[in-house]
Design a protein around this ligand. Structure first.
Ligand SMILES: C[S@@+](CC[C@H](N)C(=O)[O-])C[C@H]1O[C@@H](n2cnc3c(N)ncnc32)[C@H](O)[C@@H]1O
Length: 380
């Protein structure tokens, strides 16, 4: 078996060749679609606190060639650290972010496992590790590194491939390896020749990214792509003293324990068709999060707008918006009428000042993270 160091080198070499994701440099994101990356909103949701404006630290752990840009759009005043193994991905991400006039990200070449040594005393409020851990042989060490870099109350977003969902891709990868296929053009040729009902063809046709060389290479030529069973993922998190706070893949239930039970059932009956996406936090902060959840349910709170949604409101008289779902469920549409309802929350509003019928209309927007709640007494 190859050593972790040689696998890591092969992963780096892969991304130096196949920049991922290689979106055209003029690709822009709609401001409203970045709502779930906004740190103030996430922090309020999980901790019930307002963040100090001057101290917002975000780490993109394995940033790839694009994610610093939408993260900067969502958090124009945060300090973003974009870390990646690949020089080519970093260079592309830097160019894309700066071309769109965002200058609050710094770009660092390095291995996530070495990040605690690299960053010294620095700690982050939010670590985004999306689609990265399954490319790291010692994922537990990577998770432990993330744990040590999280501030108290901080959150990590994690996406890993699920074994159930990736079965056909893994079978195609194994077949190509046995055939010693190592380039995209040969895969394209095999795809053209494949019969209409072949599983290889279906596997490629069902993946949007496979339409691009960088996506096809990531899917089928990657030197290391592990898939996770639910228990393996939970076990790896537990070894790093991290725990799921909220699953955010499509159709996830809001309660993590119930979602774990649901995923287990789907996995056992071979019906799982999503990769795992979740927000995780330090086990040490569990009690703090529970206290806030209890207080939120029983005490008065302040409600205010997610800053990203607040900035999108001026568009609503001209255009109906429906932010793309990022928390696992369809979002309520934002139209002129909703815009008027939400404008009231440009300033802090006490929950106790809302009529029951108003509370009914506000709740879906709180769940969607368009609105956030904070404790009235921040000192507790
Ligand atoms: C599939 S891409 C995902 C990129 C980005 N997170 C996104 O969602 O678009 C995986 C990225 O992780 C980086 N990566 C893999 N192993 C890493 C490691 N040990 N340390 C830092 N970055 C790593 C790769 O270079 C690549 O850019």
């Amino acid at each position: 078996m190859a050593s972790p160091t040689s696998v890591q080198q092969a992963v780096k070499t892969h991304y130096e060749k196949y920049v991922y994701p290689r979106f055209p440099l003029l690709t822009s994101v709609r401001l409203c679609d970045t709502y779930a990356l906004n740190l103030d909103a996430l922090w309020a949701r999980l901790n019930g606190q307002k963040l100090e404006p001057r101290d917002r630290q975000i780490l993109l752990a394995g940033c790839g060639a694009f994610s610093p840009y939408p993260t900067a759009v969502a958090n124009p005043r945060a300090k973003i650290t974009a870390l990646d193994l690949s020089k080519a991905n970093l260079a592309r991400a830097k160019f894309h972010t700066r071309l769109h006039l965002h200058f609050n990200a710094r770009f660092i070449e390095g291995d996530l496992i070495d990040a605690p040594a690299l960053f010294g005393e620095k700690r982050f409020h939010f670590i985004d590790c999306y689609g990265v851990l399954h490319h790291i042989p010692d994922a537990v060490s990577a998770l432990q590194a993330m744990h040590s870099l999280l501030k108290p109350g901080a959150v990590a977003r994690i996406m890993v491939y699920s074994a159930g969902t990736r079965r056909s891709v893994q079978a195609a990868r194994t077949a190509l390896r046995l055939l010693r296929v190592e380039d995209v053009s040969t895969i394209r040729r095999l795809h053209r020749k494949a019969g209409a009902d072949s599983r290889f063809k279906a596997c490629i046709d069902s993946n949007y990214e496979a339409g691009f060389d960088w996506g096809l290479a990531d899917m089928l030529l990657h030197p290391y792509a592990k898939t996770y069973r639910l228990d393996e993922l939970l076990d790896s998190l537990a070894q790093a003293r991290l725990e799921p706070i909220l699953f955010i893949h499509p159709n996830a239930l809001p309660d993590p324990d119930r979602e774990i039970a649901r995923l287990g059932d789907l996995e056992r009956s071979h019906r799982l068709n999503i990769n795992f996406i979740l927000l995780a936090g330090r086990v040490e902060d569990s009690e703090m999060r529970s206290i806030w959840n209890r207080r939120k349910a029983s005490e008065d709170t302040f409600i205010t707008l997610n800053p990203v949604i607040q900035k999108s409101l001026p568009l609503l008289p001209f255009k109906r918006l429906k932010p793309s779902p990022k928390l696992g469920f369809e979002n309520p549409p934002l139209d002129f009428k909703t815009g008027r309802l939400l404008s009231r929350f440009k300033h802090l509003v006490r929950k106790s000042s809302l009529e029951p019928v108003q509370w009914g209309t506000v709740q879906p927007h709180l769940q969607a993270l368009f609105l956030t709640e904070t404790a009235i007494d921040q000192s507790v």
